[in-house]
Design a binder for this molecule. Structure first.
Ligand code: SF4
Length: 338
């Protein structure tokens, strides 16, 4: 199952809620948001039916996202449902970590393979300034609990913003090494929700590498990236880390990812303005075969390369103005799972 640019359908980011318990500057900086109606949120059985349709077309990697996925009640039951499907070879979850200490053990027991925790700073005052809540201690406790629960390939995702946290790259790498987690630095992206974005605030991959090699010495690129958004590197002291250069060096050519919102809208690109509504056919009784046919027809037409097109736009500014975001929750990054 390949799209028009010969990219396979392999990886699905599954948002289980549009709610979040933080308000990070690069994602949810506004005072108010429009939320998805409660009755439109897919239940776990509905999600499993859609996952089976995707899996029949080649999807074998699922990442649970939000909003903040740990806000979804009884999430471990969904993990159990998905982990029981042999076609799903990789089942991961991205969380802000606030509720992780309470849930890590249950998620592991339910069969979750991998965890990524977002962490943009190790300074409590800064955490509060970036995320608007004083939750750094809870996040750090969550990372400890995840390691104790047996998540061995933990990742820490850090959005790097000039003047806000870009002086903490080394501290975060040292923290990751101590915590047994690989840190991935993400360029600040101009997606929906990033209403304060400006190109001046982006610290590019190139700049990060120059700074880090000035501190640590020569940095070696590691091979085997495949379709992963992160390029991996090795420091002379043996520490590995990643960079996700979505803004300055996008990787659309190898993109096998799509996104399903909590209310069943299937988006073919992080930058897509619209998507395929799967909730209505599902609730109207579409069969497995009909759902798979819908999905495969749309994927076969896919030619999205949102980040590459943004890179080519001359006057790059905020992607979607606040007024448009308020009219359509599906344009928000917290709805489409980052
Ligand atoms: S911008 Fe779209 S096509 Fe490019 S990597 Fe991101 S999701 Fe894939």
């Amino acid at each position: 199952m390949h799209d028009r640019l010969d990219r396979p359908l392999r990886s699905l980011r599954l948002s289980v809620t549009d709610r979040c318990n933080l308000r990070c500057q690069y994602c949810m900086p506004e005072p108010d948001y429009a939320w998805l109606p409660r009755e439109s949120i897919l239940d776990f059985e509905e999600i499993a039916v859609l996952v089976d349709a995707f899996a029949s077309l080649g999807v074998d990697r699922i990442r649970l996202t939000g909003g903040e996925p740990l806000l979804r009640r009884d999430l471990a039951s969904l993990v159990e449902l998905l982990a029981a499907r042999p076609a799903i070879r990789d089942l991961a979850l991205t969380t802000n970590g606030v509720l992780l200490a309470r849930q890590a053990r249950a998620l592991r027991a339910a069969g979750l393979h991998r965890l990524t925790v977002s962490l943009d700073t190790l300074r409590r005052d800064r955490f509060q300034a970036i995320a608007r809540f004083d939750e750094l201690p809870a996040v750090l406790a969550g990372i400890d609990a995840a390691a104790e629960a047996g998540f061995t390939s933990l990742k820490i995702d850090t959005v790097v913003m000039r003047g806000r946290n870009d002086d903490e790259l080394e501290a975060l790498l040292a923290f990751g090494a101590r915590a047994g987690a690989e840190v991935r630095f993400i360029e600040y992206m101009d997606v929906g929700g990033a209403t304060h974005w400006s190109s001046d605030a982006v610290v590019s991959r190139r700049e990060m590498l120059a700074r880090l090699s000035g501190v640590y010495g020569p940095i070696q690129p590691l091979s085997g990236r495949d379709s992963s958004p992160a390029e991996r590197f090795l420091l002379p002291d043996g520490t590995t880390f990643g960079i996700i250069a979505s803004t300055t060096e996008p990787f659309c050519a190898a993109c096998d990812r799509s996104r399903l919102t909590a209310d069943g809208l299937w988006l073919l690109c992080l930058y897509a303005r619209g998507g395929l509504d799967l909730r209505h056919p599902l609730r109207e009784g579409a069969t497995h075969g009909e759902l798979a046919h819908l999905i495969s027809t749309v994927w076969a037409m896919r030619a999205d390369r949102g980040a590459e097109e943004r890179l080519g736009s001359s006057a790059r500014d905020v992607l979607i103005p606040v007024a448009a975001l308020k009219r359509d929750a599906h344009l928000e990054m917290h709805t489409r799972g980052g």
